[in-house]
Design a protein around this ligand. Structure first.
Ligand SMILES: [Zn+2]
Length: 192
């Protein structure tokens, strides 16, 4: 009896709790549905890169799952700049019952692996993080009241007069975030 869970995660992924809950949920589904009897029947496929991959591997080991690692060696990185993408292809080709993706700021490697798992028709659970920073309107108003907004210059004008990439304007009080991805302010609800 064997149940396989694939995991891809960004190197900058910050939140191990989301990974732990997601893995526990996948393990619970495997055992609850009778596709695995114990956690030792479950294999977790990981890329063993730093950051999210390592978090997932550590958590899976603690849960008692088997690990099937697909590390990219320094030698392989030297030979090909697409070594990480090739590794993703091998991981997905190895086959899995479900795939978990933890993607921060649309990072290329984890996004590529998610796309390949989706194209292979695997059940996919996707989680995202963003480095977008929330704007504190009260603080902005205080800065403006002190006349400091002129010193802050264009970013401040953009905050008060700008528009979100979705096309919508905003009013003070809206939840606004600074998106490093878009290099501009966006609605918090438009943060992907
Ligand atoms: Zn928007």
């Amino acid at each position: 009896m064997s149940y396989r869970i694939g995991v891809t995660a960004s190197r900058e992924w910050k939140d191990p709790v989301t990974i732990a809950i997601s893995l526990a949920s996948a393990v619970g589904i495997a055992i609850g549905s009778g596709q695995a009897a114990v956690t030792e029947d479950i294999t977790v496929i990981v890329g063993r890169a730093r950051g999210g991959d390592r978090m997932a591997e550590d958590i899976a080991v603690r849960m008692g799952c088997r690990i099937e690692p697909y590390p990219v060696t320094a030698e392989e990185w030297k030979r090909s700049r697409s070594a990480g993408f090739d590794r993703n292809s091998r991981m997905v080709a190895s086959g899995a019952d479900t795939w978990l993706a933890f993607i921060r700021d649309h990072s290329a490697g984890a996004t590529d692996c998610r796309d390949k798992a989706a194209a292979a028709g695997m059940a996919l659970c996707e989680y995202t993080e963003t480095s977008a920073v929330m704007i504190d309107w009260e603080l902005c108003d205080e800065i403006a009241a002190m006349g400091l907004d002129r010193d802050y210059g264009p970013p401040f004008e953009a905050l008060y007069s700008g528009r979100c990439p979705c096309g919508g304007p905003w009013e003070p009080g809206d939840q606004i975030a600074w998106s490093a991805d878009d290099d501009q302010f966006i609605h918090a609800s438009c943060v992907s």
